[in-house]
Write a protein that binds this ligand. Structure first.
Ligand SMILES: [Fe+2]
Length: 246
């Protein structure tokens, strides 16, 4: 079983809850879809925890790039830009080097599936609409690619037999069976900054033997996470939005 996490955004309060779940279920294969840091106030603590896990694979997110690379053009909103500069200043030398070495997508996970942060060809692109997804399906080879970046859980199903393509809503706590003859782009949602008006953290588990995916939504101490953001002097919007899942 693989545990697939995206957009943690330096939210240690949320990550801790996911790791407790993984420990209870004895899940040890972790896959990260980028944006480990940025926005949140505990980047070093989050990177310590991630490194301890010895993840199966990590792909870089646009915030990881912005926080790690000097001279990066920060075409972010003012709160995000401020958070990226704040993070860059505070990362330990070891964490900075670690982030600089995280590869960008598209990456293959031992021939089984692929991962990317934004779209399969552009880590900064948002896959939101079927027409974008249709183009994206042409740019990777496997039947399954996990992506992040939009912070919205769900996915796209391309039925190559019927010639149809549509959005799939994943129901939390229920297995979604991948169908033969179909290809999938699946987003686990965001651990550290959900944006679907549900404050609960979001991730998926993938069972490669049975070709099925399950969405998980769990409450966490978003009040505590918001408190650390305010205490760090980051933009208050980054704290306030956690309570609303926006
Ligand atoms: Fe993100």
């Amino acid at each position: 079983m693989d545990l697939i996490l995206s957009d943690i955004h330096a939210n240690l309060h949320a990550l801790r809850v996911v790791l407790r779940y993984a420990k209870r279920r004895a899940i040890a294969r972790f896959v990260f879809l980028g944006d480990l840091v940025g926005y949140g106030a505990q980047p070093n603590q989050v990177l310590d925890r991630i490194q301890e896990l010895k993840p199966r694979i990590i792909v870089r997110g646009n915030h990881d790039r912005a926080c790690a690379l000097e001279g990066e053009d920060l075409s972010f909103s003012p709160p995000a830009r401020m958070a990226a500069l704040w993070t860059r200043d505070r990362l330990t030398r070891e964490h900075l080097r670690f982030l600089q070495e995280v590869p960008s997508g598209l990456l293959s996970v031992e021939g089984d599936y692929q991962i990317t942060h934004g779209s399969p060809i552009d880590e900064d692109a948002y896959l939101l609409h079927p027409r974008e997804a249709l183009r994206a399906f042409d740019t990777f080879t496997s039947d399954l690619c996990f992506f992040g970046h939009t912070h919205l859980p769900g996915g796209f199903e391309l039925d190559e037999v019927r010639g149809t393509m549509g959005w799939i809503q994943l129901e939390a706590g229920t297995w979604f069976q991948l169908r033969p003859g179909c290809r999938y782009l699946i987003n686990p949602g965001s651990v550290g900054q959900p944006r679907d008006r549900d404050a609960r953290l979001s991730f998926v588990t993938y069972d490669p033997a049975r070709r099925r995916v399950k969405l998980h939504r769990m409450p966490y101490d978003h009040v505590g996470a918001a408190r650390t953001i305010r205490a760090a002097g980051l933009h208050p919007h980054l704290a306030d939005r956690l309570a609303h899942g926006i």
